[in-house]
Write a protein that binds this ligand. Structure first.
Ligand SMILES: [Zn+2]
Length: 518
C-alpha cells in the first residue's frame, strides 16, 4: 500500500500563535521536507497572502528531489463565474503542479458561514475543481468539516464528495477541521464512505481532542492513502496532526513504506531544525523525536534498559535519529553511578578506591546543590577527572570583573583573566555586554590560539536558578549552560553563592568538554 505524505507546515502550521515565517524560512523548511521524503508541500494561500506569492516564485528556482509544491485556495465565491474569481486566478498564477481546494461539506456552514444555498455550494465545488483540472493541475479536494458534516447530514456530505469526484478531483481529503472527532468515529465514517467513492481518500486532522495522530493512523488503517499534517504538530489552537509521530507510526507500526529507512533517521534532526527556524523550543517530551522520548530515569527502569533496551522502549531510538539517555538524579548511590559511568565508556569497580572517592565527591557536590540531570557534560568531566583520564587543559590563576555604568548609557563590563596553560602564564582582557560575556571573551582570547577547536563552540542557552536553601544564610544559585558546535549539543552546570562564580564553573566545563571530545 502506497501512502502519500502531505505537509502543511508552511500553510496551516504558519497559523500557530507565535510563528511568523519569512520567505527564506519557508524555503529552508521546504528543502528539509523534500529531503525527508515528503510527497507534497503546501506552500501557502496565494490569494490571501502576498508573502505566499513570493514563496511560490522563489521555490520554482529550487530543484526538489521528492516533493510536489501545492498552492491552497477556497472554492470560487458564491454568485460569480469561476474565471472571474480573483482568488482562483491567483491560485493558478502560482504555477504549482498541484493545488488543494477546500470546500464546505457541512450544511450548517454553507447556510450560516457562507450564507448561500446548498445547491450553489455544490456548483462552487464543481466549477473550481473542473477549472483547475482544465488548467492541468493535480487537484486535492479538502472537504472541510467533513466528519461533523457527515454526522449532521450524511446525505449532503456525500453529495459534496460525489460532486468533487465527478468534477475530476484526484484525492478527496476528509477534514476534521474542529478537531473534535475521535478515532472510533473516523473508523465508522470512513468505512461507510469508502464504498461510495472510487478515488483515493485522505485525512486532515486537527488536535483539539489530542487525537489528531490517532485519527490519522486510523484513517490509513481504514484505507486512506493520503495524510496531511505538520512538523511538530504546528497549527492553530492545539495544532495539526503531527507528522513527526505519523511518519514513524506508518513506517514502523503499520509497515507502510512512506519514506526510506535513511529518511526516517533524519526525522529528529528535521524536527529540531524546523523548531529552530520557527524560533520555538522543541518540546523535550515530544514522542519519537523529543530529547526525553528515550530517556530513562533512575531505579528499575535504568537497570533493565542497560540489560535490554526493549524492556522500556517501544522502538529503537536510532531508527528515527534519536538517542537513548539515562538520567539519574541522585548519582551518589553506587549502582546509579556504575550505570551512568558505563554510558560514558568508563568501567568502574564496585569497591575500588576510585569509586569510593567519586561517591564522596558526588555526595559533597549534591549537598552543595549540584544536579547533573541537566549538566551531563559536567558529570562526565568529573568522572574522567577523578579517574585521571583527562589532563587539566587550563587552570585559573585569577579573574577580576569591572562594571562601568555612565548615566543612561548601557553598562560596559570588562573582565581580566590570568590562566596557566601547559605550564605557561597568560593573561587577557575581554569586554562584553554582561559579566559572563566579558569572561567568555577574555577566556577565548587566551585559549583560541592554543586550542583552535573551541572557536566553533557557541553558548546557546544560559539559565540561572536560585536554590531553595532553607538551612543556609545566603541563597545559592545553580547556573546551567548549553553549548553547541556543528556536531553536538552539551550541558554543563556550576553552583555557588556568587552567580559569576557559578557561571565561570559552567563555562569552564563547557570548553573543557569540547577539548576532551577531540
Ligand atoms: Zn486545517
Amino acid at each position: 500500500m502506497q501512502v502519500k505524505l502531505f505537509d502543511t507546515t508552511l500553510r496551516d502550521g504558519a497559523q500557530t500563535e507565535g510563528i511568523s515565517f519569512s520567505v527564506e524560512d519557508k524555503i529552508k523548511i521546504a528543502k528539509l521536507l523534500d529531503e525527508l521524503g515528503i510527497h507534497y508541500i503546501e506552500g501557502g494561500w496565494p490569494g490571501s497572502n502576498p508573502k505566499d506569492i513570493e514563496f511560490f516564485k522563489a521555490i520554482k528556482e529550487i530543484k526538489l528531489k521528492n516533493a510536489r509544491i501545492v498552492a491552497f485556495s477556497s472554492t470560487r465565491r458564491p454568485g460569480i463565474k469561476v474565471e472571474e474569481d480573483k482568488n482562483i486566478q491567483t491560485l493558478l498564477e502560482a504555477g504549482t503542479p498541484a493545488v488543494s481546494i477546500f470546500g464546505k461539506s457541512w450544511d450548517f456552514h454553507v447556510r450560516d458561514a457562507l450564507k448561500t444555498t446548498l445547491e450553489e455550494n455544490l456548483a462552487m465545488i464543481r466549477d473550481t475543481i473542473a477549472f483547475a483540472k482544465k488548467a492541468g493541475r493535480e487537484v486535492i479536494f479538502d472537504a472541510e468539516h467533513f466528519f461533523d458534516g457527515y454526522k449532521a447530514n450524511p446525505g449532503y456530505a456525500m453529495k459534496v464528495l460525489g460532486t468533487a469526484e465527478d468534477a475530476g478531483a484526484d484525492v478527496l481529503c476528509l477534514c476534521d477541521t474542529n478537531g473534535g472527532t475521535l478515532a472510533f468515529e473516523v473508523q465508522r465514517i470512513i468505512n461507510e464512505v469508502k464504498s461510495q467513492v472510487k478515488i483515493p481518500l485522505g485525512i486532515h486532522a486537527h488536535n483539539d481532542s489530542e487525537c489528531a495522530v490517532s485519527v490519522s493512523g486510523m484513517a490509513v488503517y481504514c484505507g486512506a492513502t493520503h495524510v496531511q499534517g505538520t512538523i511538530n504538530g504546528y497549527g492553530e489552537r492545539c495544532g495539526n496532526a503531527n507528522l513527526c509521530s505519523i511518519i514513524p507510526i506508518l513506517k514502523l507500526k503499520l509497515k507502510i513504506d512512506c519514506v526510506s529507512d535513511q529518511q526516517l533517521r533524519r526525522l529528529t534532526e528535521v524536527s529540531r531544525h524546523v523548531a529552530e527556524i520557527a524560533n520555538l523550543p522543541q518540546s523535550a517530551h515530544q514522542p519519537f523525536v523529543g530529547r526525553s522520548a528515550f530517556s530513562h530515569k533512575g531505579g528499575i527502569h535504568v537497570s533493565a534498559v542497560v540489560k535490554n533496551p526493549g524492556t522500556y522502549e517501544h522502538i529503537k531510538p536510532e531508527l528515527v535519529g534519536n538517542e537513548r539517555r539515562v538520567t539519574i538524579s541522585e548519582l551518589s548511590g553506587v549502582s546509579n553511578l556504575l550505570v551512568k559511568a558505563e554510558v560514558y565508556g568508563v568501567s568502574l569497580k564496585k569497591d575500588s578506591p576510585e569509586t569510593k572517592s567519586l561517591i564522596k565527591t558526588l555526595k559533597e557536590l549534591e549537598s552543595q546543590g549540584y544536579s547533573f540531570e541537566e549538566g551531563e557534560a559536567s558529570f562526565e568531566l568529573l568522572v574522567k577527572r577523578t579517574l585521571g583520564e583527562i589532563p587539566r587543559y587550563f587552570e585559573l590563576e585569577n579573574f577580576k570583573i569591572e562594571t562601568d555604568k555612565q548615566g543612561d548609557k548601557p553598562a560596559i563590563v570588562t573582565a581580566h583573566v590570568k590562566l596557566k596553560v601547559k605550564d605557561k602564564h597568560f593573561d587577557a582582557t575581554g569586554v562584553g555586554d554582561g559579566p559572563i560575556n566579558a569572561l567568555d571573551n577574555a577566556l577565548r582570547k587566551v585559549l583560541e590560539d592554543i586550542y583552535p577547536e573551541i572557536k566553533s563552540v557557541k553558548l546557546t542557552d544560559y539559565k540561572v536558578r536560585v536554590l531553595n536553601t532553607e538551612a543556609g544564610t545566603a541563597a545559592k544559585v545553580r547556573v546551567l549552560v548549553e553549548s553547541a558546535d556543528e556536531k553536538a549539543v552539551w550541558n554543563t552546570v556550576g553552583v555557588s553563592t556568587n552567580v559569576i562564580e557559578a557561571s565561570w564553573l559552567a563555562l569552564v566545563d563547557s570548553l573543557e568538554y569540547r577539548l576532551m571530545r577531540k
